[in-house]
Structures are given as structure tokens and as C-alpha cells.
Design a protein around this ligand. Structure first.
Ligand code: NDP
Ligand code: OAA
Length: 270
């Protein structure tokens, strides 16, 4: 370990946190050190705990680890406190639970703190692709952005979808929600964080249209993005494999975070 190493702290040891840690252990990217993982119950024995990583019990314990990057993969409720603590500790902050930004004041608050600290809030593309193209196209002006999220009924279990349809009785794809990104991210915090990423990269939460679909024939989590504007037209289609331990979350989300972490320490960024 050297003074120029990127010291990373993960917040959350669930499906994404464990996958990110496993991929980092496998890939051993140069200059990246997993310094700690924040869990709510530090007393629980956790198989697969990364060698050398400290258990962080709460945001107050963050600064002692001298982090350079704090990656949140815990849940919407964790974003404010951990974001503030990360920036106060002199780290960049990368939240996965971007549905937290349906509260526009929260993003503004973190942005102001980042500016004051000379750090950054880094939003990875998550389960999505094409965000680089969408964000670039937005600089010229976008007319329309539509994002369809298609998941098997099991991935919508335990969410507000249960109030809108009978998931167990579906025999064909059903669009149970069609609305704005602001509404989708507000009402589906476990499944529609990407709606806010699309919105922030493109034409904002009020103008971005989101469709949520339960499809009994779906093998994984599909994202279909279509945007039109002065740049031309974009159509992105992803068929994501879900994470083994959480069918709501796509493998690509963990991979996008690993890419973000590695890029912060890399000589060449792709
Ligand atoms: N940006 C994107 O594209 C995507 C974002 N996500 C989001 O990423 C987040 C993580 O997803 P995933 O790993 O699949 O979810 P999981 O439910 O599998 O894991 C979340 C973990 O975070 C822990 N946790 C919750 N709150 C805290 C806290 N305050 N401090 C420390 N740990 C905490 C939970 O532990 P316990 O409850 O046991 O204490 C749990 O182990 C979710 O908000 C999810 O919606 C998911 C997919 C795509
Ligand atoms: O992982 C996915 O496919 C998308 C997801 O859950 C989210 O955005 O919350």
C-alpha cells in the first residue's frame, strides 16, 4: 500500500456490495485498496468478508479510514448521511441508490458539500448502458427520452407493483406503470434507481418517461432506452443477468461500480 493508493469504503454488504468486493478481490486492480465496509450490525459474522477491510459501524467511523472514495450500495435511506460523511472525510461519493435524488434538494446539498470539499459526487451508469451518449446528446438538446424497465414478476415482489397488478397471475407482459422518472424512482426505490440516472443524464425527472413491465417470460432485467434530439436518435437495449442473491438488481450495476472504482485509480480511463 502506498500514499497514492485509492482507499475505498463500501456502504452495504448486500448483493451489490458483496459482488463488488468479490470482483475487486479477483481482479486486484493496481492502486485500489478496499479499506472498509459499512454494515449495520458489526457483530454479525459474514462469510466472504474481504481480507484487511475494516468494519465500519456508522458514518462517524469513516474519517479514521482516510477514504478516497465511498461507494454506497445500501439503500435510499443511507444516501444522505453517508454522502455527507464521505465528503466531510475528504472522499468522493458514488451512490448506487440514486432514487434518493427524487429529492432534488438532497442532490443540491451533496453537490454544494462536494464543491466546498473539492470532491465529487460520481454517479455510475448502474444497470444501464449508453449514459455517456445520452449525457453527451443532452448538451445539444433532447426532445424525448423513454426508458422501459422489464423484469420477471419475482423481481417486482414486495414492491408497489403488488398493489397495481396480480403478479402471480400474469401470463403475458404487463405494463403496470407508465409515468415520469420522478414518480418511478419515488415509488420503486428497489427497482427504478436507473430511472433517475436516465433523467439526470438527459432531460430531467419530470420530462423523462418510464414504463415498468412485469414479464413472466423474462429471463433477466431488461432496459430499453430511446432518445431523440438534435443529435439524432438513440436506441439502447440491455438484457441484464440478475445478481444471484437479489433478482431485483442486475449484475451490470456491480460491474459499473467496479469500473468506476478502477477508473479512479487508473492511468488510462475507459
Ligand atoms: N443504480 C442502479 O442502477 C441500481 C441501484 N440499485 C440499488 O443499490 C442498492 C443496493 O442494492 P442490493 O445490493 O441489490 O440490495 P441488498 O438489499 O441486497 O443489499 C443492501 C444491503 O445494505 C445494507 N444496508 C442497508 N442500510 C444500511 C446502512 N444504513 N448502513 C449499512 N448497511 C446498510 C443491508 O443490510 P441489512 O438490512 O441486513 O442491515 C443490505 O445488506 C439498493 O438501494 C438498490 O435499489 C440496485 C440495482 C441497480
Ligand atoms: O438492476 C436493475 O436492473 C435496475 C434496478 O434494480 C434499479 O435501477 O434499481
Amino acid at each position: 500500500m502506498s500514499g497514492s493508493d485509492l482507499r475505498v469504503v463500501l456502504v452495504g454488504w448486500g448483493a451489490i456490495g458483496q459482488r463488488v468486493a468479490a470482483l475487486l478481490a479477483e481482479r486486484r486492480p493496481p492502486r485500489v485498496v478496499l479499506a472498509g465496509v459499512a454494515v449495520r450490525d458489526a457483530g454479525v459474522v459474514r462469510p466472504g468478508w474481504p481480507a484487511g477491510a475494516a468494519r465500519v459501524a456508522g458514518p462517524d467511523g469513516l474519517a479514521a479510514l482516510a477514504p478516497g472514495l465511498v461507494v454506497e450500495c445500501a439503500g435510499r435511506a443511507a444516501v444522505m448521511d453517508w454522502g455527507r460523511a464521505a465528503l466531510a472525510a475528504g472522499a468522493d461519493f458514488a451512490p448506487a441508490s440514486t432514487s434518493a435524488f427524487t429529492d432534488g434538494a438532497l442532490l443540491a446539498d451533496l453537490a454544494a458539500r462536494a464543491t466546498a470539499a473539492g470532491r465529487q459526487v460520481l454517479i455510475a451508469p448502474g444497470a444501464l448502458g449508453g449514459i455517456d451518449a445520452l449525457a453527451a446528446a443532452a448538451r445539444l438538446g433532447l426532445a424525448e427520452v423513454r426508458h422501459e424497465i422489464v423484469k420477471p414478476p419475482a423481481a417486482w415482489a414486495g414492491t408497489a407493483a403488488e398493489k397495481l397488478c396480480d403478479l402471480a397471475a400474469l401470463t403475458a407482459p404487463l405494463t403496470f406503470f407508465d409515468g415520469t422518472a420522478a414518480e418511478a424512482a419515488r415509488d420503486f426505490p428497489q427497482n427504478a434507481n436507473v430511472a433517475m440516472i436516465t433523467a439526470l443524464a438527459g432531460i430531467g425527472p419530470a420530462r423523462t418517461r418510464i414504463a415498468l413491465v412485469a414479464d413472466p417470460g423474462a429471463a433477466g432485467n431488461a432496459h430499453r432506452l430511446r432518445a431523440t434530439g438534435d443529435f439524432g436518435t438513440m436506441t439502447i437495449a440491455l438484457e441484464n443477468r440478475p445478481l444471484a442473491t437479489n433478482p431485483k438488481s442486475s449484475e451490470l450495476t456491480a460491474l459499473a461500480l467496479v469500473r468506476l472504482i478502477e477508473n479512479r485509480a487508473a492511468a488510462v480511463v475507459l
